[in-house]
Design a protein around this ligand. Sequence first.
Ligand code: ZN
Length: 380
Amino acid sequence: LQFNLKNIPGNNAVKDALQTAASTKNFAHALLFNGNEGSGNLPLSISFAKAVLCPNVTENGPCNTCQSCKNVDKLSHPDLHFSFPFISSVKNKISDASLATFKSAVIQNPFLSVNNWFELLEPGKQGVLTADESHNIIKKLSLKSFSGGYKVMIIWRPEFQNASAANRLLKIIEEPPEKTIFILVSEKREEVISTILSRCQLVKVSPPVQPEIEKFLINSFSVEPEKAKLISALADGNVGRAIEMLNNEAQNLDMLDRFVQLNRLAYKRDIASLMSWSEELAAIGREKQKLFLHYCLHLTRLSIRANFLNAALDNLSNQEKSFLAKFAPYVNHNNVIELNELFNKAHYAVVRNGNAKMIFLNLTFGLIPLIHPKNHKKSA
Ligand SMILES: [Zn+2]
């Protein structure tokens, strides 16, 4: 995956402005790229750095063939520096020990979420940007640039800086060494220490919309069109989540299993098993619960299409296809609105931190009358 402004989904006006700024070398020396998780603020910042560092850059972009461009793609350009939250300990007060892990994680998924990053470092721990790390940044930028051109420092998630870490950086961000750019990449700019925030020029990054993510998955990962549609819909503007789903298809199959089981038990009115199903769902964690409910909504929509539009479902996985063949007849114009409401209501309750066991128990009880054969016959 090349770091190219053109390849990143959405944000066309922002990309154009960044491209012009890079080729004319007309930009502020401290920028803050702010956007939701998975919206692309990190790959945008790296792609902008690539254009700034390429000696052959034009208004059409960097050359992508010179040593500088190749090094940026491998995240090994000697004038491109990174700072990011890491697990601090007595032995380890700067990010350098985690740098190799960080680079390979970003190459694998440039839309990486901070939670996945911490999970990768040490499950259950939260990272920080320490005052020592600020000193480390200053030290790195005091060296001469290797190429004789710009030096770029990307600070990912400055929200994780405490006041003393931020204070140490104030002076250098205000008056950086010659040909030095700071790019701060945040998701919640209101949580960035205000004295840092006020010294940066803001670049607003918006979450890409579903068709943009769909196109991105097809172009950059050669995903089959029908699958790209499904994943982009489930991603909800978070490209990182879409890439994770690609990397983890087993999880999709797992969700399908749960959905099949839910419908089978509700159909049989097997209350005892529905209760244990709810308990299982309550234990998988909020993020997976949200993903599961998105998936339920999506399968309901697909069922309606299968019934009424006779849509081509050939590109779905075999498991999904054979399930839809059985499930679709139970979704019809009498119950589709109620099914949608049921899954939406559960999703809303999960987002609002409701009691997960109750949410899923209510969901199962709500489902029984909707998919029962009596209801089905009435509509047929
Ligand atoms: Zn180049």
